[in-house]
Design a protein. Structure first.
Length: 171
């Protein structure tokens, strides 16, 4: 089994500065030898950034609010990773980043997909196909519903999760 190791780091970047000359803070995600930077929406003075602790320190100004936001972002990133890790399905770096950014796409569900296909086939009855053939498609949907409930205890099975193991179990 593959180890699911991940690293999150904050970096202060000079590539984009705001109108006050502050540098942007990005969160770097390293997972499965892939690396992505996520903009946090936060900025700091480059002289106040402590790279070792990945925090902002300024003896003259209170930076606790900024550091609390960094902690919240980090906590959310870990939570998103844990949710994906324990979902039991493989996921990519892009899926993780989208989850962290709240840009997840709702997955297409297998039963919804089959129902949609059946609707298209229903329109072809007595045109391209017979009613008996359409009944076979509906029966196929019914068998899939029963299989998902028995084997996976759900009706909400993502289409992208289908793999060879799933098909072997179904047959």
């Amino acid at each position: 089994m593959e180890l699911l190791n991940i690293r999150f780091n904050f970096l202060c970047r000079a590539t984009h500065t705001n109108g006050d000359g502050y540098w942007q803070i990005v969160m770097r995600v390293i997972y499965r030898s892939e690396r992505k930077d996520i903009w946090t929406g936060l900025y700091c003075d480059k002289d106040n950034w402590d790279a070792a602790s990945q925090k902002v320190f300024n003896p003259e100004n209170d930076t606790s609010s900024l550091n609390k936001n960094l902690d919240l972002i980090l906590r959310k990133a870990h939570q998103c990773f844990e949710e994906l890790k324990f979902s039991g399905t493989a996921f990519s770096m892009d899926e993780l980043v989208n989850k962290i950014k709240d840009k997840e796409q709702t997955p297409i569900l297998l039963l919804e997909y089959i129902e949609h296909c059946n609707e298209k086939i229903k329109r072809k009855v007595n045109v391209d196909i017979t009613k008996a053939t359409f009944i076979k498609y509906r029966t196929c949907l019914m068998h899939m519903q029963e299989f998902l409930e028995k084997e996976y205890k759900t009706k909400k099975f993502p289409l992208h999760s289908m793999n060879g193991k799933f098909i072997d179990k179904y047959f």
